[in-house]
Write a protein that binds this ligand. Structure first.
Ligand SMILES: [Zn+2]
Length: 104
């Protein structure tokens, strides 16, 4: 059981490493007409980037992402995947602990 508590603490500490995370996906639109498929008379190749995610009401939200922040946002999305994996491991650990504690 001590091993399981230690494992839980280790996972919680690991969670700290990925604290900067967001949920969502990155897409790009034309910087001029704001459409995914440019409708400008003279097609522009300049793109604007945005993060699309659903808030806690399941409402779709869009956040514009400056080009120089793209690597950071990508990292934040990757961190979210890590956080989810760690939370799954925490659930498993807590279930094991619960079983051990209620076995007696
Ligand atoms: Zn356009």
């Amino acid at each position: 059981m001590k091993g399981l508590v230690r494992k839980r603490n280790m996972l919680l500490k690991k969670l700290d490493r990925y604290s900067e995370f967001v949920r969502g996906s990155i897409s790009s639109v034309c910087a001029t007409c704001n459409r995914a498929r440019c409708i400008c008379q003279k097609t522009s190749s300049l793109r604007a980037y945005r993060l699309t995610y659903k808030d806690n009401q399941q409402k779709t939200r869009i956040v514009y992402v400056p080009r120089d922040q793209l690597p950071r946002i990508r990292k934040m999305i990757a961190n979210h995947a890590q956080v989810r994996t760690i939370i799954e491991q925490l659930v498993e650990t807590n279930i094991k602990l619960f079983k051990e504690e209620t076995r007696r």
